[in-house]
Ligand binder design. Structure first.
Ligand code: NDP
Length: 479
């Protein structure tokens, strides 16, 4: 059975403990590779390698650094099919989705930040004829990056690329549930001529490897994406050490559909925003609010379109594949059970699926729509992170804003209306860091990304990420 290795100091390295964890293909529920069960000893070696590499990498000309990162982007693209297949086996997502979204975006992340670094500029403030102030933005040192399993390479590179482009060295941990494409990325870095120690990838469990990264005294910056509870644990370790932190956490996103929307467009996009990637995208709209005059028509159209979605073998042409793990599969099913206990009516879905053939033991769940719940019941307050949405009518703008803003989360919101004034007004009043009007998941990598309230701290994306990964210093020169 294939053994995944850590990538430390430029070479593939077994874990010091020589212990391994099972890596399971969720579509067939079988172990298909072994993952290093690394610990703080491996993190320590990785940090030392990163520290040793820092001087060379941080003082290298930005053009040279940029060229290496551009080569990484190209190498990911060259291996698109292999990466997509690996992502699908690890995560359960359909190959077509990994091939059109996850892997192209991973390459785009490297390309975006390789070129953005060339245009990073600093400000100068002249004090009349007295002095000049200028801002120095300098690489900080060793950065810790911890990412989740839902968009494995996409989110891993979204952190690593700006951290490296800004001149830092990185110790990174992908989710142990989906380590495969991070393992493959290491080869791209080697082939691109990235100096040893600049990027180090340590595989293993969150409470062991992730926590060792968060707590390491020589890692002054932590960039984390994952659940809100894990974010709180990391913050409780890193904040007393005064580490710089970026936390991208959970969501429970509202999807607000006004009666004056472009109906067909809203309907088709709502199917995608509800069930893409098995609903395992932090940006999926899981609470659908529809203005009463079109509620019944929308509901019928949405249920019909959802019933038509194909769920099954991720290697085939299915819209949805497998849920990422057995544990998460049971968590989602328990929320469907909770929804019925809370008085919800399942309009479609609600059950596990056992596809015929090789995926008969895999973790598949029907796309599920639930009606009849109160806006503030647990099903509507807690993140399910699966193919489960609720739908309910509303009568006024004020009412739907109250519903939408009622959760502790504030990541993303979607609004459907053709009334421009209403669109601007509602966007300003929603408590979410990302608002999509008449679209969903449309991303310009130059723009800020992140959530309010318990959905996170700080923003990723654009120059904001490069700023985050640099230490700012004001230099005042009197003349
Ligand atoms: P987790 O919080 O469980 O894990 C995220 C990462 O943190 C994993 O690499 C995990 O390792 C690691 N980890 C777990 N415990 C610790 C710890 N004590 N110290 C340090 N690291 C730790 O999230 P999931 O992987 O389950 O991802 C799903 C969550 O991520 C959802 O809540 C989703 O909303 C959120 N998310 C947010 C996004 C955003 O941009 N705001 C984007 C995508 C997802 P391991 O897997 O080995 O346990």
């Amino acid at each position: 059975m294939e053994k995944i290795a850590n990538y430390i100091n430029g070479v593939y390295t077994p874990p010091l403990s020589n212990a391994y964890l099972d890596n399971i293909n969720p579509a067939i529920a079988e172990v298909y590779s072994l993952i290093p069960d690394s610990d703080e000893g491996d993190v320590e070696v990785a940090v030392q390698a990163a520290q040793n590499a820092f001087e060379n990498w941080s003082t290298m000309s930005v053009h040279k650094r940029s060229n290496i990162l551009l080569k990484v982007a190209q190498l990911i693209e060259d291996k698109l099919q292999a990466f997509a297949e690996a992502e699908s086996i690890d995560n359960g997502k359909p190959v077509w989705l990994a091939k059109t979204v996850d892997i192209p975006r991973a390459a785009a992340n490297f390309r975006h930040y390789a070129t953005a670094a060339l245009h990073l500029h600093t400000e100068t403030h002249a004090m009349e004829l007295t002095a000049l102030n200028y801002t120095l933005r300098q690489p900080i040192g060793v950065v810790g990056c911890i990412s989740p399993w839902n968009l494995p390479l996409y989110l891993f590179t979204w952190k690593i690329a700006p951290a490296l482009a800004a001149g830092n060295c990185v110790v990174a941990k992908p989710s142990e549930i989906t380590p495969n494409t991070a393992f493959m990325l290491a080869q791209c870095c080697i082939d691109a001529g990235m100096p040893a120690g600049v990027l180090n990838i340590v595989h293993g469990l969150g409470p062991k490897v992730g926590q060792a990264i968060a707590a390491h005294k020589n890692i002054p910056v932590i960039s984390f994406t994952g659940g809100t509870q894990t974010g709180a644990t990391i913050a409780s370790i890193a904040a007393p050490m005064f580490k710089k932190m970026s936390l991208e956490l959970g969501g429970k996103n509202p999807n607000i559909i006004f009666a004056d929307c472009d109906f067909e467009h809203a309907l088709a996009t709502t199917v995608k925003s509800s069930f893409s990637n098995q609903g395992e995208i932090c940006l999926c709209g899981s609470r659908i609010f529809v203005e009463r005059p079109i509620y019944e028509k929308f509901k019928q159209g949405f249920v019909a379109a959802t019933k038509a979605l194909k769920v099954g073998d991720p290697q085939q042409d299915n819209f949805m594949g497998a849920i990422v793990s057995e544990m998460h599969y049971h968590k989602i099913l328990s929320y469907i059970q909770l929804a019925t206990e809370e008085g919800g009516t399942i309009l479609t879905g609600g059950r596990a699926i056992k596809p015929e053939g090789r995926c008969a033991n895999g973790y598949f769940i029907e796309p599920t729509i639930i009606e009849g719940l109160s806006y503030n019941c647990r099903t509507n307050m807690e993140e399910i992170f699966g193919p489960v949405v609720t739908i309910m009518p509303f009568d006024t703008e004020a009412e739907v804003l109250q519903y939408a803003n009622a959760t502790k989360y504030g990541l993303a919101a979607t609004v459907w209306t053709t009334n421009l004034n209403k669109a601007h007004r509602v966007a300003a009043l929603l408590h979410s860091g990302i608002i999509w009007i008449n679209c969903w998941l449309l991303r310009d990598l130059r723009t800020l990304f992140g959530g309010m309230k318990n959905s996170g701290l700080g923003r990723e994306g654009g120059f904001e990420a490069l700023h985050f990964f640099t230490e700012e210093k004001n230099v005042c020169i009197k003349f």
